[in-house]
Design a protein around this ligand. Structure first.
Ligand SMILES: [Zn+2]
Length: 213
């Protein structure tokens, strides 16, 4: 995990247990829907930049540039944050539908497609050694740039067979999404350390209570 860059005000440490950039972005809220404001992790534009850094989308210098730009244009930064959360919720509903083997709504796909068009207008192909790579030459230049690679990851996942491994955490109070790439497709929790252990502890205390009766 990268160190927070110079100028980053928030000290949040985000989780990256989704196995896919888009799902990690979807998991920037705690608890289950409807959203409780106190469990929102993207409460300030800086949080989006911090997440972008920790997701290795941004380098320190690019993050600092974005923060400076946000300081100069706070209203624009607030709009980008608001749009990011709306988009995240649409992506959440789309991939929850995939996990539950139902269809996402036309409206959510439209939200994703509208954002995808913008994102991909910033994408370029570059030659690196013997390979050709997707690149984002303008990363760090525009306030919404963190969303670009997220949208590409979302489109790639949705159009690949990997989408069938999308799961929602089995914990009652968690709706994080992840790709179950375990050999026997048995992963149930977003994170064994937090949700898995909590569920285990609950089952243990329930069993104890039943024995005591
Ligand atoms: Zn969980």
């Amino acid at each position: 995990m990268s160190e927070p860059g110079i100028g980053i005000k928030t000290e949040k440490t985000f989780d990256f247990t989704g196995g896919n950039l888009c799902l990690d972005f979807v998991n920037t809220v705690e608890g289950s829907r409807p959203l409780e404001p106190q469990r929102e992790l993207l409460t300030h534009y800086d949080d989006l930049v911090t997440w972008g850094l920790q997701a290795h989308i941004l380098r320190d210098q690019q993050a600092s540039r974005l923060l400076a730009r946000a300081e100069r244009a706070p209203r624009e930064a607030a709009t980008v944050l608001e749009h990011s959360v709306l988009l995240r919720e649409a992506l959440f509903r789309i991939f929850l539908a995939v996990a539950e083997q139902t269809s996402p709504t036309v409206n959510d796909l439209r939200i994703m497609n509208d954002a995808l068009v913008v994102a991909m207008s910033h994408a370029q192909i570059a030659e690196q050694g013997e390979e050709f790579l997707w690149t984002w030459p303008e990363i760090g230049e525009q306030l919404d740039c963190v969303l670009w690679p997220v949208l590409r990851a979302a489109a790639d996942l949705l159009t690949s067979e990997m989408r069938y491994t999308t799961r929602v955490c089995a914990a009652e109070d968690c709706q994080w999404l992840f790709l179950d790439t375990s050999k026997n497709h048995s992963r149930r929790w977003c994170d064994m350390k937090s949700c898995g252990n909590r569920a285990k502890a609950r089952r243990f205390s329930e069993r104890k209570r039943q024995h005591a009766q």
